[in-house]
Design a protein around this ligand. Structure first.
Ligand code: ADP
Length: 161
């Protein structure tokens, strides 16, 4: 039986922090599903289709990675896709409280799905999609924080705004 984990997030945009977690999860699981959580209350920098395309391009050579988008409960999506584990990344104490609540809520909703946390790698502990966008908006250098082609896409998008 193959062990698949679902790694959900907004990924707006996908950063090297996300990439690090995904790569490390691939050392533990047979495959991972990168699942873009659609949140209609937020105005994203990139549409869901753009994010799907970006992440698919990044993992184009790795058949162990599936990329999808979903709306609604993460545990439902995990079950529907045959994943028994949800992966989350932890950066700082600030992530912990929110993640603890969410993991417990998810366990209540679906006890057969476990949430597994991976600590950020030290190079990326300060990187979030939000602060990458902010730095890019103010003309700061985001190279090294996101994959190079995503860096170009962010700069092009920011220039349009
Ligand atoms: P962000 O929190 O960066 O706005 P997401 O909501 O897309 O982005 O995050 C999805 C998951 O990835 C969350 O579990 C989040 O804690 C984790 N994550 C995001 N950035 C990093 C990072 N730099 N290192 C480790 N995990 C991260």
């Amino acid at each position: 039986m193959s062990h698949i984990a679902l790694y959900p997030g907004s990924f707006d945009p996908f950063t090297n922090g996300h990439l690090g977690i995904a790569q490390r999860a691939l050392q533990v699981f047979d495959g991972i599903i990168l699942a873009i959580a659609i949140n209609s209350r937020k105005t994203p920098l990139f549409s869901v289709d753009e994010r799907l395309a970006m992440i698919r391009e990044l993992f184009a050579d790795d058949s162990r990675v599936q990329v999808t988008a979903f709306e609604g409960l993460t545990v439902k999506q995990a079950r529907a896709m045959g994943a028994k584990v949800i992966i989350r990344g932890l950066r700082a104490v600030a992530d912990f409280e929110y993640e603890l609540q969410m993991a417990n809520m998810n366990r209540k909703l679906e006890p057969t799905v476990e949430t597994l946390f991976m600590m950020t790698s030290e190079e990326y502990f300060f990187v979030s999609s939000q602060n990458v966008k902010e730095v890019a908006f103010y003309g700061g250098d985001i190279s090294g924080l996101v994959p190079p082609f995503i860096d170009s896409l962010i700069r092009a998008r920011v220039a349009q705004r």
